[in-house]
Design a protein around this ligand. Structure first.
Ligand SMILES: C[S@@+](CC[C@H](N)C(=O)[O-])C[C@H]1O[C@@H](n2cnc3c(N)ncnc32)[C@H](O)[C@@H]1O
Ligand SMILES: [Zn+2]
Ligand SMILES: [Zn+2]
Length: 328
């Protein structure tokens, strides 16, 4: 069941990253006074004090929603895999990420955190109900600062394999609208018909950008032995990127997903700090050592060849010296 997990896309980071003001007192007071506390993310530090999340030098706004600017989609062609009669350019979220027709991924329903999946294509579940059901995330998860990986998400209770833990929310964007800007928080999601048997055309995608606006799932870090996946599902007629537990997860454990080889791989610049025995960094070290050994062996071989050649040349010279002149 389901569609292969989409991946984070390691496009480069955006230029206009929010910076805190130079006066810390004024900056933090301003944030506390002018904005309601629950619009931003907070975590309890080990000293017991609540701290505003400062994630990758920006302060993300907490929204458990999809948001989008219809005008960004005006210049996009009607997706070829959309059924005839779809609304384009999209005016509402559901015009863009609707999940109907032969696309038959499961509906996660309006019940959250229990993996209660409804398979009725004509069900009455709605995104509004799903958002309401997933807004109490702090009962189930908490944010904590990790040592080398920024903020991470930890469970407050155990979850069973297969449980749906939440969904990736954020701003829906086209690649063109990002205009070469960069984000570490982009999640690709297909639009149109994603049925495994039908698409004759490549399925078009858009991006859910959780960098500046998103929900708690934007803090799920990468692990090379992940316990969750991102998976396309639907809630009624709206497509979502659900977070599903692929292992039983105990209380107090950090949640993780595998961002994919393009994000943390043997050939990427970014270095993974997940620390598990199967981590790509250990593979990299093994590979580098093997390459080092190979280089050393090649150099030794080269030296041997040179020595042999020198010896041969020396012999030839000696031969020449002792050889009698050729008389014609
Ligand atoms: C989608 S964000 C996850 C939330 C992030 N920790 C934060 O505080 O906003 C991805 C970023 O988190 C950090 N990160 C996640 N997993 C990591 C890992 N295994 N090793 C090192 N850094 C990691 C990197 O900075 C990465 O670009
Ligand atoms: Zn349903
Ligand atoms: Zn790793």
């Amino acid at each position: 069941m389901g569609i292969p997990a989409t991946t984070y896309n390691n496009l480069a980071r955006p230029t206009g990253v929010t910076k805190r003001r130079s006066s810390p007192r004024r900056g933090s007071l301003k944030i506390r006074r002018t904005r309601s506390r629950d619009r931003f993310f907070w975590y309890s530090a080990s000293d017991g004090v609540s701290r505003l999340v400062n994630s990758n030098n920006s302060i993300p706004e907490q929204v458990n929603n999809y948001s989008f600017a219809p005008s960004e989609f005006h210049h996009e062609a009607y997706p070829k895999t959309f059924p005839v009669g779809g609304v384009w350019p999209p005016q509402q979220i559901d015009d863009l990420v609707f999940a109907t027709g032969s696309e038959n991924t499961d509906c996660v329903g309006d019940t959250c955190y229990n993996g209660n999946i409804c398979e009725d294509l004509d069900c009455t579940h709605t995104l509004a109900a799903w958002k309401a059901a997933t807004s109490d995330w702090e009962k189930h998860f908490e944010l904590r600062k990790t040592e080398h990986r920024g903020i991470g998400v930890y469970t407050r209770h155990a979850f069973r394999q297969g449980a749906i833990l939440g969904w990736y929310a954020g701003e829906l964007k086209t690649l063109a609208s990002m205009d070469g800007s960069k984000s570490d928080y982009l999640m690709e999601i297909e639009i149109g018909d994603i049925s495994p048997h039908t698409p004759l055309e490549p399925t078009p995608s858009i991006y859910i950008d959780g960098e500046h606006k998103g929900n708690w799932t934007r803090f799920i870090n990468h692990s090379c032995a992940a316990d969750c996946v991102f998976r396309i599902m639907r809630v009624g007629n709206t497509r979502i990127m659900a977070v599903e537990a692929i292992k039983d997860i105990p209380r107090g454990k950090e949640l993780s997903v595998d961002y994919g080889e393009q994000y943390y791989g043997l050939t990427t610049k970014k270095r993974c700090a997940c620390g598990v025995p199967e981590c790509v960094e250990r593979r990299r070290i093994r590979l580098e050592k093997a390459m080092e050994r190979r280089k050393t062996a090649e150099k030794a071989m080269e030296r041997r060849k040179t020595a042999e050649k020198a010896k041969r040349n020396g012999n030839i010279k000696r031969c020449r010296r002792v050889a009698p002149p050729i008389l014609v």
